[in-house]
Design a protein around this ligand. Structure first.
Ligand code: AMP
Length: 389
């Protein structure tokens, strides 16, 4: 496809699609995005086709327009992905997508490659829940097997008194997809590996990222992070094996807990990931550019670190005044063009610097310029107090 302008189709038109378009455009790649909403923010940077995932007529027209299709959203129904794959190459393949859509099959895939997971049991009824609580113990987390994201569809059980409210909150969602009860992991750190596999099996990973969540939503990501090199090697090796087993093409992310010096797999994302946004400015090639290269069968770019970076997620609304942030050195601003709404990811900023102490200084300067030390990004206070940078 090198030689003419290839067209990549993206299912889902959120900020991930938007950043894929922004990264692929300099390579001469064109994009078409499908989303159920005419307001989808990727529609500001690429042609947007508004269609439901079951609307085969619109999806046929979309398939005819593109050379290859990929996802910004992993909850596209597996049947839609399979249907589309009969008409146009789809990366990652629909069966890899299906594994990542179900928390139970995802954890089984982790165990198959020798990656530990928190203890877990599938829950399909109130009786199953009582059994699982007995077997796993408390504290634990009850989660929907499917369609949960950003901490949605989760309930923490701290004591036996929480069993009933947990069932009342999520039991209605036990059917048809079911729930899973997971042991609560008293982790010391949350980490993620973002990696990419090309069509010929070429594999590259970005430096490990440390993540902080607030209310189940990613708040901050820091790269690189000081972690035992043998753990890094293990983590990256596991992702490589997983990608090979799934015959995966494109970027994938594995979220991990570090507890007692061991790594446990939490979940995988079959797409570019929020904890890899820092790679736009902080790495030689970003996750977005490498995903586009991979799905087109092009050589992958270098994933080496260019500068230590800290990414701040803006949740609900963009902090003001943005001018104060733009005036600071090393601050890169990303506005997704979305309307404000509680809990919604509306933008991010990445702060980069030549070394860790300059990074800490710049991150503090950004936090004070935006007055967000407490209100907008409480995780930052934790990062600073822990001296993590
Ligand atoms: P998830 O959607 O499963 O990634 O969960 C969102 C966040 O909730 C994670 O990033 C953790 O901060 C927390 N969390 C989820 N599962 C567990 C667990 N089993 N033990 C401890 N914390 C968890």
């Amino acid at each position: 496809m090198i030689g003419r302008q290839p067209v990549v189709g993206i299912l889902g038109g959120g900020q991930l699609a938007r950043m894929l378009v922004l990264a692929g455009s300099p390579l001469g790649v064109r994009f078409v995005v499908v989303d159920g909403s005419p307001e989808a923010c990727a529609g500001q940077v690429a042609p947007l086709r508004v269609a439901d995932w079951r609307d085969t007529e619109s999806l046929s027209r979309f398939a005819a327009e593109v050379d290859v299709a990929t996802f910004d959203f992993e909850n596209v129904p597996a049947e839609t992905a399979t249907w589309l794959a009969k008409r146009v190459p789809v990366y990652p393949n629909p069966s890899a997508l299906a594994v990542a859509q179900d928390r139970v099959s995802e954890k089984m895939a982790f165990r198959d490659i020798g990656l530990e997971t928190p203890a877990f049991l599938p829950v399909a009824s109130r009786v199953d829940l009582a059994f699982a609580v007995d077997a796993i113990g408390l504290p634990a987390i009850l989660k929907t097997r499917r369609l949960g994201y950003d901490g949605k569809g989760q309930f923490r059980l701290r004591s036996p008194a929480d069993v009933e409210p947990a069932w009342a909150a999520l039991g209605g969602q036990a059917s048809p997809h079911g729930l899973v009860l997971e042991a609560f992991v008293p982790f010391s750190r949350e980490l993620s590996v973002v990696a990419v596999r090309g069509q010929g099996g070429e594999f590259r990973a970005w430096p490990l990222t440390r993540n902080w969540h607030h209310d189940g939503i990613l708040a901050l990501s820091l790269a690189p992070t000081d972690i035992n090199p043998s753990l890094v090697e293990t983590a990256i090796g596991r992702v490589r094996t997983l990608a090979e087993r799934l015959d995966y093409v494109g970027v994938l992310a594995l979220e991990l807990f570090e507890a007692d010096g061991r790594l446990l797999g939490n979940e995988m994302a079959p797409r570019v990931h929020n904890s890899g946004h820092w790679t736009i400015e902080g790495a030689v090639t970003s996750q977005f550019e490498n995903h586009v290269r991979a799905v087109l069968g092009w050589p992958l770019g270098d994933t080496a670190l260019r500068a230590p970076s800290l990414m701040f997620n803006w949740i609900g609304q963009l902090p003001e005044p943005r001018g104060a942030a733009l005036a600071l050195p090393g601050v890169h601003w990303h506005d997704y063009g979305k309307d404000p709404r509680p809990g919604r990811k509306v933008g991010h900023a990445t702060v980069s610097a030549s070394d860790a102490s300059a990074l800490a200084e710049r991150a503090s300067a950004l936090a004070s310029a935006l007055g967000c030390q407490r209100q907008l990004n409480p995780a930052l206070a934790a990062v600073m107090t822990a001296g993590a940078i």
